[in-house]
Design a protein around this ligand. Structure first.
Ligand SMILES: *Cc1c(COP(=O)(O)O)cnc(C)c1O
Length: 477
């Protein structure tokens, strides 16, 4: 990482300095209303040049996919192609107003329709709604669809959602938000759902199962058919957390495997930007029997026009207007640019890259559930006495790498969850492995170097809990 030789100063104020100059007053001086003038706001006084340098330097301290390798497990931080931005910036898209009547925005509706069709084809579903604004929002939609389906059949005693212990935290949260009870199902020795425990938990109070496949260990569920059949046999539905679709696209379709409903993360699998809180996009896909319950409006194609329609028994609207339309344009651009073969190749390379990293690292960073992985794998960072995963993660920053996801999933002690994505070169992957191997040497020879890392950043080891709970938002220290 390029380092500014000048320290990042925050106390830059010098009385009387300004970043502006105004022409001499040529109108009568009039005082501002009292409540607009607050003398106690002690703003910094600095020149324009100092101001520009301060913010530019700050921006250069950021990690981003455009500047650094970003192997954040379960997040799919793949490259965001710049052509997506060009497409989203086209005037016809960027300048439409959500209140324009349907006949004036046929092109926008066509794009939404064609994206719905593409997602159906990619994942094997009968219906898609583009409404949800994030993965977790898509989960919430999916769980409400499951509830609506059961209630519509007059089946009112189903209150429990089964969730494997390898699930993302948003799964139980979505269940709680929907008024259901989450029941945890353990994983077995190979990192699959424990079938015996699943069977024992299945009865007519079960809404369904929320399953991530591949799961957050980066492992394909080896008994997927038995798992799905078990749930269906007791009248439940199977929800697929599709955040890990980057491992399946073009190779296997969740709809064909028997999933009833699933969300996509366009900001993971389909290259729309994420981080910084959005905007994201989490379309939800369903099979034929759940299609009437989709949130709406969705886009239908009539004889010679595209129309917004509300599905017959829709759970309703989840988002103002038509979802995060800008994200839909970017995802559509990506899908069209890649085509069927390109999407499949992306998946194959994502899986290849993860297995390559695993093969080079597993002797030094043990992998608890060690079998051929999909798009990510979970190693462990407690590789020497007194060394924890957090030390490894912080030291990686000194080598110019964004740390992987740490301490998740919870079922792996000292977890270090690595997802390289398909968009990285072998050279980058090798540099990352070399850094991790070097850090492992340091861990043995000079553990304090790791305990106090990072050393190259303006602030070093933070108290992360206080930083999150009591953030200092003032420019002054
Ligand atoms: C990212 C992720 C989610 C949540 O998606 P958001 O868009 O962040 O709300 C859910 N499940 C898994 C497995 C994920 O990786």
């Amino acid at each position: 990482m390029w380092q500014s030789p000048e320290p990042l100063l925050f106390e830059m104020s010098s009385p009387g300095r300004t970043a502006f100059s105004l022409p001499e007053l040529d109108v009568p001086e009039t005082p501002l209303p009292n409540d607009l003038v607050r003398d106690e706001v002690d703003l910094p006084e600095i020149s324009e040049l100092e101001l520009v340098r301060h913010y530019l330097r700050l921006s250069q301290k950021n990690f981003s996919i455009d500047t650094h390798f970003y192997p954040l497990g379960s997040c799919t931080m793949k490259y965001n192609p710049k052509v997506n931005e060009t497409a989203a910036g086209l005037e016809g898209f960027a300048r439409t107003h959500p209140f324009q009547p349907e006949e004036m925005v046929q092109g926008n509706l066509e794009l939404m329709y064609r994206l719905q069709e593409a997602l159906k084809e990619i994942a094997g579903f009968a219906g898609i709604s583009l409404q949800p604004a994030a993965g977790a929002h898509g989960e919430f939609a999916g769980v409400l669809i499951m509830r609506a389906y059961h209630l519509d059949r007059g089946d009112t005693q189903r209150i429990k959602m089964l969730i494997p212990d390898s699930a993302h935290g948003t799964n139980p949260a979505s269940v709680a938000m929907s008024g259901f009870e989450a029941v945890e199902i353990p994983s077995d020795q190979r990192g699959n759902v424990d079938l015996a425990a699943l069977k024992a938990a299945c009865n007519d109070t079960v809404v369904g199962l929320m399953l991530t496949n591949p799961n957050t260990l980066g492992l394909f569920e080896e008994q997927i058919s038995e798992v799905i059949d078990t749930i269906h046999a007791c009248g439940g539905l199977v929800y697929g957390d599709g955040a890990n679709l980057n491992a399946l696209m073009g190779v296997a379709r969740p709809g064909d495997l028997g999933f009833d409903v699933m969300h996509f993360n366009l900001h993971k699998t389909f290259t729309t930007p994420h981080g910084g809180g959005g905007p994201g996009s989490g379309p939800v896909g369903v099979n034929q029997k759940l299609a009437p319950f989709l949130p709406g409006p969705i886009v239908n194609r009539g004889a010679d026009e595209y129309r917004l329609v509300m599905p017959e028994k829709s759970i309703g609207r989840l988002k103002a207007f038509h979802g995060n339309f800008g994200m839909l344009i970017r995802a559509f651009t990506y899908v069209m640019m890649m085509g069927e073969d390109g999407l499949r190749e992306a998946t194959l390379n994502a899986v290849l890259n993860a297995n390559y990293l695993k093969a080079r690292l597993e002797k030094v960073y043990p992998v608890k559930y060690n079998r051929t992985c999909m798009h990510e794998f979970v190693a462990m960072g407690n590789i020497a006495d007194s060394i924890h995963t957090m030390d490894i993660a912080k030291r990686l920053i000194d080598y110019g790498f964004h740390p992987p996801t740490v301490y998740f999933p919870l079922i792996v002690h000292e977890a270090l969850m690595i997802e390289p994505t398909e968009t990285e070169s072998k050279e980058t992957l090798d540099r990352f492995v070399d850094a991790l191997l070097k850090i492992a040497e340091e861990a043995r020879n000079d553990p304090d170097l790791l305990h106090t890392a990072p050393h190259t950043t303006p602030v070093t080891r933070l108290d992360e809990v206080s930083a999150a709970r009591k953030p200092v938002l003032c420019f002054k220290g």
